[in-house]
Design a binder for this molecule. Structure first.
Ligand SMILES: *Cc1c(COP(=O)(O)O)cnc(C)c1O
Length: 498
């Protein structure tokens, strides 16, 4: 299977090269030239398998230049009982006759990013060997909070790699910040950026695009790569859990083979929901994809109007991992929807860079509307939703998952669709303890409580256990205190690598 750049069909690479490079030199994203297919019979047989086996099966269809043994080594090293608190890895929890929550946060950092970032370092180190790379691979990450920690945890002390993470100084939760600034490992660096996530992401993209700097680093024996969801190695492991959810529902008799389900995803950079769309294109029986946003509702507007316009106010919300205005992975969707029209994608992306907006053709707009429903939810409604779910089901969800549940409800009210729906649950509620607590404990003053008292209170209220990786942050040494301006990011990378 060959991969190409979304902006230039003449740039062709293998999957190992796509994963090693992270992003194409023309600024485009790597996409498979065709989408592998899976039959219903094959899906049925997957339902008898473990998560690791399901992952191996799906990955092998995309990563055709990896041997069976290499893939097996990656999947068995990533999805272990030591790293995941649930034996099912990504269990499905039935909320009602139509709503099924896919819990993607049982990994070491308590957010769904672990599903991909626990396996990416293995895929990447295999890729380094396969492609005969002799340079050290340096991972640069811009994070809205969860990717950074998940990538640090995945890459810490991995031979032949270094990792540097940039996070918005005022855009992440206290726990997220502590998780990153206390990170262990000899090959890691963490820097706060004065700005929001988009500033950090733009800064990292600039460093990637700086050819002169790449030459300097090359002389030092380093080559840059990305662990953001622009890297194909992030996307492909995310396709797995949508198959896995369907298989679990088959196995439990909730659906029959061929029954179509909806998938609802709280969305930021459009990576997670894009993985669901790939699953559908491969042959997973899916009806609608429901794209849920917070008040940074650029995607809701885009899907409604066909115009993507980033010229808008940035909102800092209680679902910070979705505070994103430039959803990078949309480029891959546009590529598929335009039947691989690289010239057109290049045009849209130039227009986004120059004017901050673009409008897709009527045909593409219609195709997107056929596949996707989009909605958004304010902070106030998010909190109401957390309370509602808690009262109704004695189940506590985090702020991102609540956005998904609320938009799903709006979808049902608007369409009357009763099809069974999988809602992606993207974070453990303990990670966003204060907002979650303020939603479910009415009138309680939480301002006096520190992070760890908040964790205790949430454990008491929810009857859930504090995840070990969060509770154990208490008393850990803060290793990283650097704050830089967005103009200073390259200098930070330079310093880290000198
Ligand atoms: C990253 C993240 C999202 C957004 O996922 P995308 O793939 O960027 O759309 C949603 N919720 C949580 C908790 C996240 O960490």
């Amino acid at each position: 299977m060959q991969y190409q750049s979304t902006r230039n069909s003449k740039i062709n690479v293998s999957s190992a090269q796509a994963i090693k490079k992270g992003i194409s030199e023309d600024g485009g994203l790597f996409v498979p030239v065709s989408i592998p297919q899976i039959t219903l019979d094959e899906i049925v047989s997957l339902s008898e398998m473990s998560y690791v086996e399901r992952a191996g099966n799906v990955l092998a269809r995309f990563l055709t230049d990896y041997t069976g043994d290499e893939i097996k080594k990656c999947t068995t090293s990533a999805y272990t009982a030591e790293k995941f608190a649930s034996a099912d890895i990504a269990p499905v929890r039935k909320l009602s006759d139509s709503a099924y929550v896919l819990e993607l946060w049982h990994g070491p950092t308590c957010a769904f990013k672990d599903m991909a970032l626990q396996i990416l370092p293995h895929l990447l180190t295999a890729a380094i060997k396969k492609t005969g790379e002799n340079k050290e691979v340096v991972i640069l990450v811009a994070t809205s909070g969860d990717t950074g920690k998940a990538a640090l945890e995945g890459f810490k002390d991995v031979d032949g790699t270094k990792i540097q993470v940039f996070y918005p100084a005022h855009g992440v939760s206290e726990i997220q910040k502590l998780q990153m600034t206390t990170q262990e490992g000899g090959n890691v660096s963490v820097v706060a950026v004065e700005g929001n996530f988009d500033d950090a992401q733009t800064g990292v993209k600039k460093i990637f695009g700086d050819k002169e700097f790449a030459d300097v680093l090359s002389k030092r024996g380093c080559t840059l790569s990305s662990a953001n969801s622009i890297n194909w190695g992030r996307l492909v492991p995310q396709i797995v859990y949508y198959f896995s959810a369907y298989c679990d529902m088959l196995k439990n008799g909730e659906i029959k083979p061929g029954d179509k389900i909806n998938i609802c995803v709280p969305t930021g950079n459009f990576g997670n929901i894009l993985a669901a769309y790939y699953a559908k294109k491969m042959g997973l029986p899916v009806k609608k994809l429901i794209c849920a946003s917070n008040s940074n509702n650029v995607l809701t507007d885009f899907i409604a109007t066909g115009t993507y316009d980033k010229n808008r106010t940035f909102h800092t919300t209680i679902s910070p991992s979705m505070d994103i205005i430039i959803s990078s992975n949309l480029e891959r969707l546009l590529f598929i929807m335009s039947d691989g029209n690289d010239e057109l994608i290049k045009e849209y992306m130039s227009s986004l860079a120059a004017d901050g907006k673009y409008t897709v053709s009527d045909e593409i707009e219609k195709k997107i509307k056929d596949e996707f429903y989009a909605g958004y939810c304010s902070d106030e409604m998010t909190k109401k939703e957390i309370k509602k779910i808690y009262d109704k089901y004695s189940y506590v969800v985090d702020t991102h998952t609540a956005v998904g549940l609320k938009v799903y409800e709006d979808y049902v009210n608007e369409t009357g669709d009763t099809a069974k729906t999988v809602i992606a649950s993207t974070a453990n509620p303990f990670k966003f303890n204060k907002s979650v607590l303020s939603a479910i404990t009415e009138g309680k003053n939480l301002d006096e409580l520190n992070e760890f008292e908040l964790l205790d209170l949430l454990a008491e209220t929810s009857n859930m256990e504090i995840p070990y990786s969060l509770g154990s942050l208490k008393g850990k040494e803060i290793r990283f205190k650097t704050v830089c301006s967005k103009e200073d990011m390259k200098a930070q990378t330079d310093k880290f690598l000198s």
